[in-house]
Each structure stands twice: as C-alpha cells, then as structure tokens.
Design a protein around this ligand. Structure first.
Ligand SMILES: Nc1ncnc2c1ncn2[C@@H]1O[C@H](COP(=O)(O)OP(=O)(O)OP(=O)(O)O)[C@@H](O)[C@H]1O
Ligand SMILES: [Mg+2]
Length: 268
C-alpha cells in the first residue's frame, strides 16, 4: 500500500487537503504522547486507546465488525473499526478504504485518521463524530421527531459530501453504500458521510461493471443490483432513497408496511 501523498490524490479544490502520508508526518509533539499526528498504529496502541477494546466503548456494529470509541493521547476522540478477521473480502475493502479515504478531506466527509495492519488484524481509525447516525435520529426507539429544518440541512450536507466525491475528486469516487446509517451527525446536526469501504476509484468516464454487487438492501439502484453496472448514478439512487427516508420518516425496507419497499411505496 502506498502512503505517498503524490500517488493519485484527488484533484485539489478549496475543501481538499491531501493527507500527510508516512513521508510527511509531523514530528511527534514534545509531550503530546506517542500517537499525535501519526497515521499508522500498532495493535497495542489501539488496544491502549480503546481500553482493551472494552465492550463499554463499543459504538456499534456493522457489516465489517465492531466500532469502538477511543481517545488519543492528545485527547482527540476517534472511532476504531475492527474488521472481522478471516475475511479476505474484508481485507480488500480495508485496503481500498485506506488508500481512498486517507487522501480525501471535506467538511461533510468523515476523515480517516489512520489504520493498523497487524498479522490478521485490520483496523481503521476515523475521526469521532459525536451525534450518532441519521438512521438513529429517524428510526431509533423513543427519538423525538427530527425537525424539518434539520432534515433539510442533513439533505444538503449529504449532497455536498457526495458531490465532492463524484465531481471534485479525480478519479471520481463512487461511495457504493450511501444509507442513513452511513450519515453521521455532529452536535449541530451537520453531516459527515462515513464509510468508503465499498468505494472504488472510477478512473474512466465509461461504465464500470463490477464483479460483485455490494451495498445495502433497500438502497440499491436496480440496474446495479441486477447487472453490477456501477456508476456514480448508483450513489445518486441511494441518495434519493435517503431523501425519501428524510421526507417520509419511513425505513427503506419495513416488513410491517405494504409494500415493504419505500421506493415501491412512493411509486404506488
Ligand atoms: N466515525 C464515527 N464516529 C462515531 N460513531 C461511529 C463512527 N463510525 C461508526 N460509528 C458508529 O458505529 C456504528 C457501526 O458503524 P458501521 O459503519 O460499522 O456499520 P453500519 O454503517 O451500520 O454498516 P456498514 O458496515 O454497512 O457500514 C454506526 O452506526 C455508528 O453508530
Ligand atoms: Mg457504516
């Protein structure tokens, strides 16, 4: 894996800042602890910052495994995503995710702080986003109804993050798993879109035919689900489902409704 900042970073733009790779790390702070400013972490360091991957620090669990809250020595909070071991598929996504995300910085995209490769362990360290996911605020039990103004702000923030990936990164980045669970929120309900683990650089303007269909049921563009034909439009379809979710408050798939599919429901 190359850490060189010169290897195909996205095109510069006002919001883009290439990450410091291993060749451009800041020197360690005099007394800020051993973790500040670095991108590669050892498993022991991550064990340390997550208090031994304590269950109390679990933020959630996704398709790849558990996500833990951690605290760097400079006080910065992070989310440590520990991939399930023994999954070769997971390793591939991990490497893609590291290479892509580490070069992309935008106010509506979750920044990758670092990574860890240690024997069979694969972990990603992200900036911690404090106010849960859009899915939680829309569908979580006992949540107050999400105000309309916040929904609009969330729609706009997500659109800006996605547009940056599609229009300002070169080669363009297709997210592949746009969904309300991957839309993280800060305390002001500003969006940070998470998870480029399924993303793939798309360096041509031609349609890319992927060998595997990935993404989340209920959000998949029909042409992508059927043929694996992947373009930035598949993300736009998924984003459209998120918009429907924001507007209606309904889940993309809800077995207690007829029809269960939100997309089908709005078409009837
Ligand atoms: N950077 C982060 N800051 C704060 N919490 C996070 C962060 N990343 C993930 N989380 C929490 O961890 C949970 C699990 O995330 P994860 O990405 O593993 O699963 P998912 O988004 O539900 O599914 P998928 O594996 O398809 O992305 C999220 O729902 C969120 O609550
Ligand atoms: Mg996720």
């Amino acid at each position: 894996m190359s850490d060189s900042p010169s290897s195909s970073p996205p095109a510069p733009s006002a919001d883009f800042a290439p990450s410091g790779g291993s060749t451009s790390l800041s020197p360690p702070p005099p007394n800020g602890g051993p973790y500040q400013g670095k991108t590669h972490f050892t498993y022991e360091e991550l064990t340390d910052i997550t208090e031994g991957f304590s269950t109390q620090n679990i933020l959630g669990e996704g398709g790849f495994g558990f996500v833990y809250k951690g605290k760097l020595n400079d006080g910065k909070l992070v989310a440590v995503k520990q991939l399930k071991v023994g999954s070769r598929q997971g390793d591939r996504e991990f490497k893609a995710e590291v290479e892509i995300i580490s070069r992309v910085h935008h106010r509506h995209l979750v920044s990758l702080v670092g990574y860890c490769i240690s024997d069979s362990e694969r972990l990603l360290i992200y900036e911690y986003v404090p106010n849960q996911t859009l899915e939680h605020h829309l569908h979580g039990k006992g949540r107050p109804v999400l105000e309309w103004a916040k929904r609009v702000r969330i729609a706009i923030g997500s659109a800006k993050g996605l547009a940056y990936l599609h229009e300002d990164c070169h080669p363009k980045i297709i997210h592949r798993d746009i969904k309300s669970a991957n839309i993280l929120l800060d305390n002001e309900f500003e969006v940070q879109v998470a998870d480029f683990g399924l993303a793939k650089l798309n360096d041509t303007t031609q349609t890319h035919v992927s060998t595997r269909v990935m993404g989340t049921f209920g959000y998949l563009a029909p042409e992508y689900a059927q043929s694996g034909q992947l373009t930035d439009r598949s993300d736009v379809f998924s984003f459209g489902v998120v918009l429907l979710e924001l507007i209606t408050g309904r889940k993309p798939v809800d077995q207690y409704h007829q029809p269960a599919s939100l997309v089908e429901w709005v078409n009837t």
